[in-house]
Design a protein around this ligand. Structure first.
Ligand code: ZN
Length: 355
């Protein structure tokens, strides 16, 4: 390809982004896009860093916001609602319908798995962050490494409040249809304003993590000191079957953040947030269930919902040498999954708590 062809191709990609949208161009180039030239729009600039990674920055004279916001989706390729949310936000930015005041990085995480309509291709990407991609060469490991690098360099540009919401949908139904996982804070406080923001965005429950993990949100929290959450927005459905009104509270709050409008849950002191905090149930992880043998079995039905409470003494799993017995009345299981290799996590036992 000569230089003229390269320029035309590059222009064509930016043109395609503007005309067809972020999701369409990501779908068409799952394997990667080279760094593109910046596109100057009336109220912001856009830059495709790679496929599914779109940097949005206010023009310097408009850069009044002091938050740097990462909104990621599609780390699991079949979780379409979050991908559609990110695509709608990108479309509104391109159309000039959002006045961008805070730097924002929009991500569609795993375009290969998305095109396959699968949760993952080679390996669950949300087990590959925080360095867990090291020594692996498959595309999902390389993509996790790339996303880590992009988020780190996005935040490194200036001193600002760092926020990362990694949006997902769950395999099962849930007694708390929308919930957020708060990564292990490594000695930092649980931030009540952030929990109030989740409540204000339609989240019913917060799950406090008990240890470091290999998720994207834990990476941003632990390595980059971001306020980060894995946000579960409901049940997984194919493209086109999500109702956008189900996600309006979260989507509108994200747009308010991007355009630096007042978000009382975050901007007013935590002691003013009690009514929002009262709306959410808070759980802590008390045990991680690891599949120890091929005889592992869950003693709950396939339809059982996340957060269903069990009585003390209930044998919730069979395994070798032993399964797990519920230790406290009301303890619940989240993310039960027996379709995994031995040695991997088959679910989390959680208990109600307060902060
Ligand atoms: Zn997911």
């Amino acid at each position: 390809m000569n230089n003229t062809d390269r320029r035309i191709t590059a222009q064509a990609l930016n043109q395609q982004l503007l005309e067809q949208g972020f999701l369409a161009i990501t779908r068409e180039h799952p394997g990667g896009i080279s760094l593109q030239n910046r596109i100057q729009l009336d109220n912001c600039s856009l830059q495709l860093i790679d496929t599914g990674i779109l940097l949005v920055e206010p023009h310097p004279h408009q850069s009044t916001g002091m938050r740097d916001i990462v909104i990621s989706s599609g780390i699991h390729g079949n979780e379409t609602a979050p991908i559609e949310i990110v695509d709608r936000i990108a479309a509104k930015i391109i159309a000039g319908a959002i006045t961008v005041r805070n730097r924002t990085l929009l991500i569609i995480g795993n375009p290969v798995a998305m095109n396959l309509g699968k949760r993952f291709d080679e390996e669950n990407m949300n087990r590959l962050f925080n360095g867990k991609h090291r020594g692996k060469t498959h595309h999902e490991a390389l993509r996790a490494k790339k996303l880590e690098k992009c988020v780190a360099s996005f935040y490194a540009k200036r001193q600002a409040e760092r926020i990362h919401y990694d949006l997902h949908t769950a395999i099962r139904g849930s007694l708390h249809p929308k919930f957020a996982i708060y990564p292990y804070p490594d000695g930092r406080y649980w931030n009540k304003n952030q929990i109030a923001f989740m409540a204000d965005s339609g989240i019913d429950a917060i799950l406090l993590s008990h240890q470091p993990s290999s998720t994207f949100s834990y990476f941003s929290s632990a390595k980059l000191t971001a306020q980060a959450f894995t946000v579960e927005l409901g049940k997984v459905r194919p493209f086109g079957e999500n109702k956008c009104e189900d996600f309006a509270a979260m989507e509108n709050n994200l747009i308010r953040l991007i355009s630096n409008q007042a978000v009382p849950a975050l901007d007013q002191p935590a002691d003013k947030q009690q009514s929002l905090l009262n709306k959410v149930s808070i759980f802590e992880v008390t045990r991680e269930l690891i599949k120890q043998s091929e005889s592992f079995r869950l003693n709950i039905s396939k339809q059982e919902k996340n957060f269903t409470p069990y009585p003390k003494g209930f044998q919730i799993t069979e395994d070798h040498p032993q399964g797990h017995i519920i230790e406290n009345d009301g303890d619940a299981i989240v993310f039960p999954n027996d379709n995994i290799p031995v040695g991997q996590r088959a679910g989390l036992i959680v208990s109600r708590t307060t902060i």
